[in-house]
Ligand binder design. Structure first.
Ligand code: AMP
Ligand code: MG
Length: 453
């Protein structure tokens, strides 16, 4: 790629995607461990749901024809000949004039074609006198008889076998994210494992002689490592499996050996923050080149220049096996730049590796109106960190045109690529097109939601 030309965001994304040969392989995961991962193969239900006719109510299993004439004032009397509990196979057949007490979820006994809810009945003792109030809850002793106060249609309060799902129905397709509801569905049809894509393994390396682990003494010229922990969290939220490669000195041998460790660990992608500029101690590009090919890109974004991307392989991996090459990302060290370039280029790549569908790689996009003026570098697309006005219930306020109201995070001074305090408050990125050097308050822009819409 021609290093002198600025790439558009779309060109850079296309080039990243072109280096991805496909999603990670499928593996079998226990259900609870599959949460948040992506289904690799169509899952079909091994059973019908419900597996058998069962009662939707606590009440009495009856024959509908017995109570066809029942009214509030002229109830029909039935003999109670037993009961069927949830988890119990019915042993008794409901004959004409009789009823079985039945619990919600219990199988409908043979002979019965309807369930009358307990609320529409009065229990009777052996002498035919009321044994409790109308609608007495169904937990007491079994009554000898029951008055039914309403006619009940055939099938009333019965959940038919297969009415939710027939056996063999596809329930989860490839690319489906295993949400809590999807997990519950799989469990509900009796599955304890799912075929899901392996979480992409993503090595994370911070670089810089000045960068220290949080908690360590900073000395006269150190700064705490904001990017390492931030990237671990971003990778996890993108569905990846982060592997910490530590903090490298600005020395070629240190950066190289840590990158090598990540490659040997089988990383699907490596993210290195800092050290990709053209300063005398910026060694990341040379380190990447020891393991593969890399381009230093000048992408027309703000913040986010410079940015290195390529692919690499562990020593000894000659590329003839099944393993695709590892994607290597060199992100600018300023924490805001790291964050924005991760959002634009790395997160979609991790999601594609993780098996997400093409329509599920990017953040939701909205329209917004700026409440503050913005200025930016000419010819670059700026991703401005913004907060949005919200109603008391937390939903974003919108103007008459349905547009979100966006303010600069951290105010006018908050947009520097080193300003972490403003980044932490941002809820979305507002996109300022290449063509505009500045925009006034009131201008309409595209908005990319971050975590919460
Ligand atoms: P670089 O991309 O290495 O030239 O770094 C650009 C700026 O980001 C410098 O001010 C660095 O001190 C800062 N920086 C680099 N890495 C980190 C990090 N891991 N955490 C916080 N700041 C960083
Ligand atoms: Mg540096």
């Amino acid at each position: 790629m021609n290093a002198d030309r600025l790439l558009s965001v779309e060109e850079a994304r296309r080039a990243v995607f072109a280096a991805i040969s496909g999603a990670t392989p499928a593996e079998v995961a226990w259900l609870i461990e599959a949460r948040g991962r992506v289904v690799a193969e169509t899952v079909t239900s091994p059973i019908a749901l419900p597996p058998w006719d069962n009662s939707a109510m606590d009440g009495y299993a009856i024959r509908a024809s017995d109570v066809a004439e029942a009214t509030e004032d002229g109830p029909t009397r039935l003999e109670v000949i037993g009961e069927v509990r949830a988890g119990q196979a019915p042993e008794v057949t409901v004959r004409r004039g009789s009823a079985l007490r039945i619990a919600t979820g219990a199988p409908v006994p043979p002979g019965a074609d309807a369930v009358v809810p307990v609320e529409a009945t009065t229990p009777l003792d052996a002498g035919g006198a009321p044994a409790g109030p109308r609608g007495r809850d169904a937990t007491g002793p079994l009554p000898d008889g029951v008055l039914v106060h309403t006619a009940t249609p055939v099938g009333g309060s019965i959940r038919r076998a297969g009415s939710d799902l027939a056996a063999g129905t596809p329930i989860l397709g490839p690319g489906t994210v295993v949400t809590p509801a999807a997990l519950s569905l799989a469990a509900g049809v009796g599955l304890d494992q799912l075929n899901v894509h392996r979480r992409p393994i993503v090595g994370i390396l911070a670089t810089g002689d000045e960068v220290r682990s949080p908690g360590r003494d900073l000395g006269p010229a150190g700064i705490p490592d904001a990017n390492g922990p931030g990237l671990v969290a971003l990778v996890e939220e993108a569905g990846g499996d982060p592997r910490v490669l530590g903090i490298a000195k600005d020395r070629l041998d240190d950066v190289k050996s840590r990158i090598c460790a990540g490659l040997i660990e089988g990383a699907d992608a490596l993210i290195v923050s800092g050290g990709v500029s053209v300063g005398p101690y910026d060694v990341v590009r040379a380190a990447f080149e020891a393991f593969g090919t890399v381009d230093l890109w000048r992408v027309a974004v703000q913040p986010g220049k410079p940015f290195a991307f390529g692919t690499g392989r562990a020593p000894g991996d000659d590329g003839t096996g099944d393993r695709p090459a590892t994607l290597v990302f060199g992100l600018p060290g300023n924490p805001v730049s790291t964050f924005v370039t991760f959002e634009l280029f790395v997160r979609p790549a991790i999601r594609r590796l993780g098996g997400h569908r093409d329509d599920d790689l990017f953040r939701p996009i909205d329209r917004a109106v700026l409440r503050d003026p913005v200025t930016k570098s000419s010819g670059r697309r700026a991703f401005v960190r913004v907060t949005v006005a919200r109603d008391r219930d937390g939903s974003p306020q919108r103007d008459d045109g349905g547009r979100v109201l966006a303010s600069l995070a951290g105010g006018a001074g908050g947009q520097g690529s080193h300003v972490l305090s403003a980044l932490a408050t941002a809820e979305a990125l507002a996109v300022i097109p290449e063509s505009d050097d500045s925009l006034p308050a009131g201008a309409e822009v595209e908005l990319w939601w971050l975590d919460r819409a």
